[in-house]
Design a protein around this ligand. Sequence first.
Ligand code: BES
Ligand code: MN
Ligand code: ZN
Length: 493
Amino acid sequence: MRQFVVTASPVRQKTDCAIVGLHEGGGFAGAGALIDAALKGRLTRLLKSGDVRGKAGEMRMVDTDTLPCERVLVVGLGRKAKFGRKQYRKALVAALGAVAKTGAKDAVSYLGEAVEPADDYYDARLAAEALGAALYRVPAIRSSRKQPEPALRAFGFAVRESGQKAQAQRGLEHGQAIAAGAALTRDLANLPANVCTPTYLARQAKDLSRSYPAVRTQVLEERDLKRLKMGSFLSVTNGTEEPAKLIVMRYDGGRTGEAPVALVGKGVTFDSGGISLKQPPGMDEMKFDMTGAASVFGTIKAAAELGLELNLVGIVPACENMPSGRATKPGDIVKSMSGQTIEIINTDAEGRLILCDALTYVRRFKPAVVVDIATLTGACVIALGAHLSAVMSNDDELADEITAAGQRAEDRCWHMPLAEEYHEQLKSNFADFANACGREGGAITAACFLAKFTEGLRWAHLDIAGTAYLTGTHKGSTGRPVPLLMDFLLRRA
Ligand code: BES
Ligand code: MN
Ligand code: ZN
């Protein structure tokens, strides 16, 4: 997809489709007003007759006949007072989805001018991300014929003055890379667990290093994990026939020797719960339990695509959590790579068991910061729902940095506490501590467990159990938190 910044007046810009906004309770402004005037008030007549009102979600395609733009798509933006970047992105995704269903080969969006306060970089970046989201198709495994590809080949982001061009151009470039990264994340997460196995993920990581010379991949096998004494990670994979992998990716875009940012992603390709078996309703969704891992892949791809000037390490412990005669049992005690022993109260609290050894392993890279990303707890979904991720950290400044990145990227998270009181819940009579406890504060106690392995590291944990995927009719991966992670990295680079 070719993407470019447009500075010409909308009445002179040649395009198959001009996308203009209309606020509810307002009239046409900016590009809409100019096109309306050139069309001798046709858009205003539609407004007067009540054919368009500007309600959020409303769309109306108008043929122009006389203008260099073939059609105008009038997009309802809702009330002006309620219109922010979130509404802007939603309107764009809907509009571009509608355009993609027509024969339009190119489109120009004038919606950027409706966002207040204006930020050319973020408005353009969000537009490129929205385009990626609008055109994304789930890798469906169907016997029937595939959907036809949209005709859309080029996208213009309009600004009023040429002084805005450079920032908007940069926004489009970054947005395209973020969209490509998020699409990879979504593809991997959407795949069924009988395709997307730990072995498959390892192969995808190798593919990444083949596509980008700055990315190197190393895959550790179970025998290597035994040698490293990753007793906690290995205990999760006991019940399955699928071999576990520890995938180590490095992206070197910064100075040699510069401390890397480490991303650690939970890669449970299917979480049945193990012997502490889950209930059948919704169990299929546990194929998404590798979204943390997929977001590490997506972020590394986006970083490599942009040639970000920093060093990155991506660590992905990948395995299945299955019951069998060999599976780990509740009450079993395992020894983590750190030497700390863990009583496994619940085999369904497996994410923390694989992450803790990955967090110990990451120390060898002497990272400047470590961020782990995991669909870790159902309790997080109860606390924050499907809208915000949770962030916990042993460093408040880092938590603030991540919260701010989520805010700017429109991929928000909420800072939750880590405190001594919560640690008490993980006490065990038989080992150093337990892997699970009562349901109260479940997202926090899970983070507390991880904190026991991150002493001396500058570490943050993102629980994305609620935000990683949608359920119901729109079931599927969201690509989050790739935009948040990329914003975080872009600020550091
Ligand atoms: N993968 C799940 C968490 C999860 C739940 C993600 C719902 C997405 C949606 C995780 O491995 C898990 O099972 N956690 C347990 C922990 C408990 C046993 C302490 C949970 O949340 O119930
Ligand atoms: Mn589980
Ligand atoms: Zn899990």
